[in-house]
Design a protein around this ligand. Sequence first.
Ligand SMILES: Cc1cc2nc3c(=O)[nH]c(=O)nc-3n(C[C@H](O)[C@H](O)[C@H](O)COP(=O)(O)OP(=O)(O)OC[C@H]3O[C@@H](n4cnc5c(N)ncnc54)[C@H](O)[C@@H]3O)c2cc1C
Length: 342
Amino acid sequence: MSEIDLTQYKGVWCFGEVRHGKLVTQTYELLTIGSRIAKELNEKLSVVLVGHNLQGWTQELLEAGAEKIYLLDHPELENFTDEAYTKALAELAAKEKPNKILIPATTVGRSMAGRLATILHTGAIADVTDLTLGPGTNGAGGRALNAIRPTYGGNLFVTVRCEKCRPEIITVRPMSFPKAARTPGKIGEIVNVPINPSSWNLKTKVVSYAPEQSSELDIGSADKIVSGGRGLGKPDNFNLVRSLAKALGAAVGSSRPPVDSGWIPYRHQVGLTGRTVKPKLYVACGISGQIQHLAGMGQADTIIAINRDPECQLMKMATFSVEADLNEFIPLLVEEIGKQKN
Ligand SMILES: Cc1cc2nc3c(=O)[nH]c(=O)nc-3n(C[C@H](O)[C@H](O)[C@H](O)COP(=O)(O)OP(=O)(O)OC[C@H]3O[C@@H](n4cnc5c(N)ncnc54)[C@H](O)[C@@H]3O)c2cc1C
């Protein structure tokens, strides 16, 4: 890689992910950390939106802290493909030379970041949970950006720096930062970037999109989650978890073993290789509390553990620990909740 003039790169960008017509909430989490870094660097905070019919999000994003918004809006970008979205973002970044690009570590963001880094001949740091400026230098006389991320299955946290790479591309793990507060009426600059995807000779095309038909609450946004683990013993016992979730108005989560065994789809998995959740209430049924599970739910406000083993990690750290056989306890609890409701 040839030496580049690092001083040319200015500004903090957040990739605003619009998924099937909705802006994902992680964009507001990026704005919290993006705005902190931009202020410390005295650089501009921008959001880049790629997709179609994007104008509707601009005011919210300005109010959430963005100073400038780039719109890469085209009918051919209505549905996400790695190839087209990354191409759009890479063309703009090559021209504008941002210093940092923050991308949510969602499925879309994780998929794009490596491809983007390759096109721009730079480095990407994945799945970051915190960012600080300094210690260390950034190769251009300023403070280095230190990216903190879990490694070795969540047993260690490492600090990674890309001192000679620009732009620095970073994917940020969902729920690592609170959502940015809004300042009503705030204004900023909106740039409609002219793009022509037809000229990109794209090899991938979305033919159609059919959303999954499900009435289940999504664990990513639920206030209450009831999760089941290997202690359920068999797939049918997820009905116990579902009945408790229904009684509480909660979403259904899972540790990894039931997902690996095919008892429940992956979208329910909480943890290091699943999803990070931060509900007000997390009920763990037959889950021991290995570090990889805690990485996904350890920040819940109130944790209730139901387990036969009082010595397991989740029972020790829970707000309320219930030493019981879940096969006996959950039906009693559901019945009691029903009585209380009546
Ligand atoms: C790289 C890597 C990534 C990983 N990512 C994840 C991840 O994202 N999410 C995740 O969850 N795990 C993940 N894991 C797996 C993790 O290490 C653990 O194996 C897993 O979390 C254990 O799940 P568990 O608690 O359901 O099962 P166990 O650890 O087997 O615990 C079962 C619990 O059920 C209790 N129990 C059994 N029967 C009953 C009963 N009848 N009533 C009440 N309690 C009962 C037991 O006492 C025990 O505490 C990962 C591992 C690695 C190496």
